[in-house]
Design a protein around this ligand. Structure first.
Ligand SMILES: [Zn+2]
Length: 159
């Protein structure tokens, strides 16, 4: 039985933070604000997988009131979610995600993000879809005030 899930996340870009996207650090004047490393792409992917499992969201499983998750790499969340998949006897089939960022340029980093995400989720590179676009200078994303990400995930579960 196949299940799909959707995830969306957005974080503010602020000074004095490192920028983490898709599990890698990217050189940029600003970083995303949040309790963990604020990796908006991983958070959207995590919510998509949790959605496919019908199992709450990232805020439920990894609350920002929990000191355990302060400053932690969001790759840790994927590791935990992989454990949840295993527990349910579920297989993650593929993920597909889009980043919306005015800056920095995401294109040059996509191959590395795909490799890191694939490794973290046990997916072959061709099962990790990843695209990036700008918001055409419109709105808060277009002004570079933050970065948004959306993702879908397909999970197969035993009958
Ligand atoms: Zn988030």
């Amino acid at each position: 039985m196949n299940r799909v899930g959707i995830g969306y996340d957005v974080h503010q870009l602020v000074e004095g933070r490192k920028l983490f996207l898709g599990g890698i650090e990217i050189a940029h004047a600003k970083g995303l604000d949040g309790h963990s490393d604020a990796d908006v792409l991983i958070h959207a992917i995590a919510d998509a997988i949790l959605g496919a499992l019908g199992s709450g969201d990232i805020g439920h499983h990894f609350p920002n009131t929990d000191e355990r998750w302060r400053g932690v790499s969001s790759l840790v969340f994927l590791k935990e979610i992989r454990r949840m998949l295993e527990k349910r006897g579920a297989t993650l089939e593929n993920i597909d995600a889009s980043l919306v960022a005015e800056a920095p340029k995401i294109g040059p980093h996509i191959a590395r993000m795909k490799a890191v995400l694939g490794e973290a989720l046990g997916l072959a590179p061709e099962c990790v879809g990843l695209k990036a676009t700008t918001n055409e200078t419109m709105g808060f994303l277009g002004r570079g005030e933050g970065i948004a990400a959306m993702a879908v995930a397909c999970v197969s579960l035993p009958k």
